[in-house]
Structure formats: structure tokens, C-alpha cells
Ligand binder design. Structure first.
Ligand SMILES: [Zn+2]
Length: 282
């Protein structure tokens, strides 16, 4: 644990973290080992309940609980863990995750979005190595559009691409189901230009700021376009951190955005008001 915990919020009035990860302890350790053998130091490690405390200590009033299976057979156990963890964590916003092609996906999603109260689905094509818009996923996305659930997807080429991370797959999906409320992680990096073109085209598309706008040495995390380009989308950009899997102090995620010269109204929207409206937080 290298971070400095704060007892007052890093953003005045508190913030919502729309991109935070929580895994069962053994999976967390496996994820961290993977990152660290790839030269990606993890700044915050510990028991998931402890880490939720740390995140609230930074000033997060609410945070998503994002995780994802890396192989078939993991889905249901992971979702049960998410359900139980979120039930005891104040401010948590639970998400499920699916591997395209795994039998029972639609039934699992219907269970999560019904009784379990999950707010959406996170997908990680870099890990799942399957197209997000496989035909078998369409009933799931249609159910989500109908129920107003959120699709959080890490597509784009940052920090590393594979053949499944192209924004083209997301664009094809949103062309078919434009009602699907979607948050594209990492501002769509490194495909910023294409991401903003998609923001123009799809009014239900949103962006999260995770690991962009920070001064970090792991990969080129700079937003490569003029900041003014973001102003038309001020109500569709949300703060996300990627906590705890970040190789720098959490405060950098907040301060990096504050340094950019956005006005207070923009920052309040990004750090708090947009997420509160989108997730209907009290
Ligand atoms: Zn992430």
C-alpha cells in the first residue's frame, strides 16, 4: 500500500467513481500478478472490503463494482460474489460480466437485472478474446436496452489492442441497438478521434476518464485531442479511476483532470452530477 489515504474528499463535495474494480481475493491476486509481470505496478492491494474503505476515504460516495471472467465456468460464482460484496458495501453499484458464447448468458443476465439489482454489464474484450457483438449476445443487449441497464466496455487500443478491441465492433452494435446506454472506458483511447465521432452519432454513448489525463509512465495516457473537443459532451463524460489497478497515487486521477483548465461546472458534471443522474443515485 503506497497511497496516502485522505480523510476529506479529493474533490470538493465528493465524487462517483464509475470505473472501479473489485474481485474475490484470489482472483484479485491473479490479476495483480499478471499486471506486475507485465511491468505494471499496482499501487493499492489488499482485501476487497479494505479497498472499498480506501476508495470511500478518498471521497467516493459511490463506485461501480466491475470484474470479468477470464474463462468459461467462472461467470456465476463471480456474480454471486459481486452480489454479496455489493450488499455489504455502502455506495456500491454492482455489475455483472459475460463471456460471449457461454451457454446460459441470457438467463444469468435476466437474474442479475431482476432480483439481484445489478446495474449493467462490463465487458473486457482484451481478456475475453471474443467479439462483443457476437450474435448470441444480442438478446442480452436487447434486454439491457429494455431495462435501461448500462453497458460498460473497454474497447479501443489502449493500453494494448487485440483483434477484439476495435471500436468498429461497438459501432456496429450501437448501430443495431442505439438505445443501449453505454460507457466506453478510457475515453476510447487511443482511438480518441473515432470515439468522439461515435459520441456525435450515438446520444446514448458516454465516456469514462479512467487512466487518461494522468501523468503516468506505464503507457501514453494523454488525451491526444484539444480539450475543447470534449465540451459538447460535458454531460456524457464521467470520472473513472480503474482503482485499485493503478500504478500511481489515486489523487493523480483527480488532480490530472483538475489541472486541465476545465471550468467548475464541467468538473462537477464529470466527477459527480453526470454519474448521479445516469445511475439514479440518491
Ligand atoms: Zn478497468
Amino acid at each position: 500500500m503506497n497511497g496516502t489515504e485522505s480523510t476529506s474528499s479529493l474533490f470538493p463535495g465528493g465524487f462517483v467513481d464509475a470505473h472501479a474494480h473489485f474481485f474475490p481475493p484470489r482472483m484479485f491476486s491473479a490479476v495483480w500478478d499478471f499486471f506486475e509481470t507485465h511491468n505494471w505496478r499496482i499501487n493499492y492491494k489488499g482485501d476487497p472490503d479494505f479497498l472499498a474503505d480506501v476508495l470511500r476515504g478518498f471521497g467516493a460516495s459511490h463506485f461501480t463494482v466491475l470484474n470479468y471472467p477470464h474463462k468459461p465456468g467462472v461467470r456465476d460464482g463471480l456474480a454471486e460474489w459481486t452480489r454479496d460484496f455489493s450488499a455489504r458495501q455502502q455506495g456500491s453499484i454492482p455489475f455483472g460480466s459475460l463471456l460471449p458464447g457461454e451457454p446460459g448468458n441470457l438467463e444469468a443476465a435476466a437474474r442479475w437485472f431482476g432480483d439481484w439489482g445489478f446495474r449493467g454489464l462490463k465487458m473486457q474484450p482484451l481478456v475475453s478474446c471474443r467479439p462483443i457483438n457476437q450474435p448470441d449476445m444480442y438478446p442480452v443487449f436487447e434486454l439491457m436496452a429494455e431495462r435501461g441497464k448500462w453497458f460498460v466496455v473497454h474497447a479501443g487500443t489502449a493500453p494494448y489492442p487485440n483483434e477484439f478491441t476495435s471500436l468498429d465492433d461497438l459501432e456496429a452494435l450501437l448501430s443495431d441497438i442505439p438505445e443501449l446506454k453505454t460507457i466506453l472506458c478510457h475515453m476510447g483511447g487511443f482511438d480518441f478521434e473515432k470515439a468522439l465521432a461515435m459520441m456525435e452519432k450515438f446520444p446514448n454513448l458516454h465516456l469514462d476518464t479512467a487512466m487518461i489525463f494522468v501523468d503516468a509512465k506505464v503507457f501514453d495516457s494523454a488525451f491526444a485531442l484539444p480539450d475543447e473537443r470534449l465540451l459538447p459532451f460535458a454531460d456524457r463524460i464521467v470520472f473513472g479511476s480503474d482503482f485499485p489497478n493503478i500504478p500511481y497515487d489515486f489523487s493523480e486521477a483527480v488532480d490530472g483532470l483538475k489541472r486541465r483548465g476545465f471550468d467548475d461546472a464541467f468538473l462537477r458534471g464529470v466527477f459527480r452530477e453526470n454519474s448521479r443522474r445516469m445511475f439514479e443515485l440518491d
